[in-house]
Design a binder for this molecule. Structure first.
Ligand code: NPQ
Ligand code: MG
Length: 377
């Protein structure tokens, strides 16, 4: 929000595809992942470089974006347009240069993140400071994938609670919802902050499922209904005491304002990739804050590059709930960057260094890279 820096003169953009094994499979209502595949964007600005992470996944299940499409649009449309426009004096310029392409928010977000990182490094300022961050440590929650039995989920959750995580989020799907949550709530007791995330797997005809979940003292129910349906979410919210949190449905600050006006949610999960960038993420934060709606920062199993940017967002004043900003070891035996570590009190440090404050460790990056493309100015 504050300060300026020297213009970024982009010489080249590299898109590096990486694959990292996950410590355990991650299953949601839309599918299962065993490795984390991602595109990392590196912008080369001569004296400085910057890194951003694209959270598109191998298949277009969580959103309509996917890795092969992201690589293609970055190479053929977005990177050339970004490189063609001359020096970038203000990172807001990235979104303007790329606005001629409709959608493709995850691809755009990673380019903007990389330019922001380079631009902030050039003036020695941190992303958290630039975004108006007000805290040095953030409270962390953890997202728990669907497992074959509630008992195995409980065992996994007890491990996370022992490490200090401050909120547990359970993935649910039709057929693995009310009874699983009942067993887990009974096992944990009433005081553990617990939420569920359906990843859009239900319709309003399943309202009885959510009315049953309403009895378990959940902190929120995340994205119960379709990704593009605000009206039905508003109808469901009227029937529930538990706050609805929207994830997939919120792609912009405009969506956030509409959802709040309709009463479609009482909480918002902010992910920079889903909304087209860190700057749009901040605008959603601002819209929600003005209307008194709490927000938290989500996660897409990011490597350290994307995780660092998420932590910077979580330092903003309106982020008042623990997010899915878990430690590196929740997902990876070895991260691409120095690992992000949870303190016993369930908090994690916001990187204080210039830009996102971390970068890939060269040998680690090389070991995880499956392909690189380069687009020159
Ligand atoms: C969510 N994340 O809040 C997402 C869903 C999600 C931490 O629960 C690859 C790409 C794997 C995207 C796994 C968490 C993913 C992914 C989960 C998105 O809905
Ligand atoms: Mg979600």
């Amino acid at each position: 929000m504050t300060g300026t820096g020297p213009a970024v003169r982009l010489q080249a953009i590299e898109v590096v595809e990486v694959a990292l094994p996950l410590v355990r499979p991650f299953r949601t209502s839309f599918g299962e992942e065993r490795t984390k595949d991602a595109l990392l964007v590196r912008v080369d600005a001569g004296d400085v470089a910057g890194w951003g992470e694209c959270v598109a996944s191998p298949e277009p299940r969580y959103s309509e974006e996917w890795i092969d499409g992201a690589r293609s649009i970055q190479r053929d449309h977005l990177a050339p347009a970004l490189l063609a426009g001359g020096p970038i004096a203000d990172p807001g310029e990235v979104g303007r240069r790329l606005s001629f392409v409709r959608g493709h928010r995850m691809s755009k977000a990673s380019l903007e993140a990389a330019v922001l990182d380079a631009w902030l490094r050039a003036s020695g300022r941190s992303l958290a400071t630039h975004l108006g961050g007000v805290r040095e440590r953030i409270e962390c929650g953890v997202s728990v994938g669907i497992a074959p039995t509630a008992e195995s989920m409980l065992e996994e959750i007890r491990g996370y609670l022992a490490k200090g995580y401050r909120r547990i989020k359970l993935k649910i799907e039709p057929g693995r919802d009310v009874e699983v949550v009942r067993l887990i709530r009974d096992g944990l007791g009433p005081d553990v902050p617990l939420s569920v995330d359906a990843n859009a797997a239900y319709s309003l005809e399943d309202a009885d499922v959510f009315e049953a979940l309403d009895a378990f003292g959940l902190t929120m129910i995340e994205q119960p209904l379709d990704h593009d349906d605000l009206v039905d979410h508003a109808e469901l919210q009227r029937r529930l005491r538990t706050p609805i949190c929207l994830d997939e449905s919120i792609r912009s600050a405009r969506d956030a304002a509409a959802a709040i006006a309709l009463g479609a949610c009482r909480v918002i999960n902010i992910k920079p990739g889903r909304v087209g960038g860190l700057l749009e993420a901040r605008r959603i934060h601002d819209v929600a804050r003005r209307r008194g709606v709490p927000v938290w920062i989500g996660g897409m199993l990011e490597t350290g590059v994307g995780r660092a940017a998420n932590l910077a967002l979580a330092a903003m004043p309106g982020v008042t709930m623990p997010g899915d900003t878990s430690a590196s070891d929740r997902y990876f035996a070895e991260d691409l960057t120095e690992p992000f570590v949870l303190a016993p009190d369930g908090t994690m440090a916001v990187p204080p260094g210039p830009g996102i404050g971390v970068e890939p460790i060269p040998a680690r990056l090389e070991a995880c890279t499956v392909g690189t493309i380069r687009i020159d100015a």
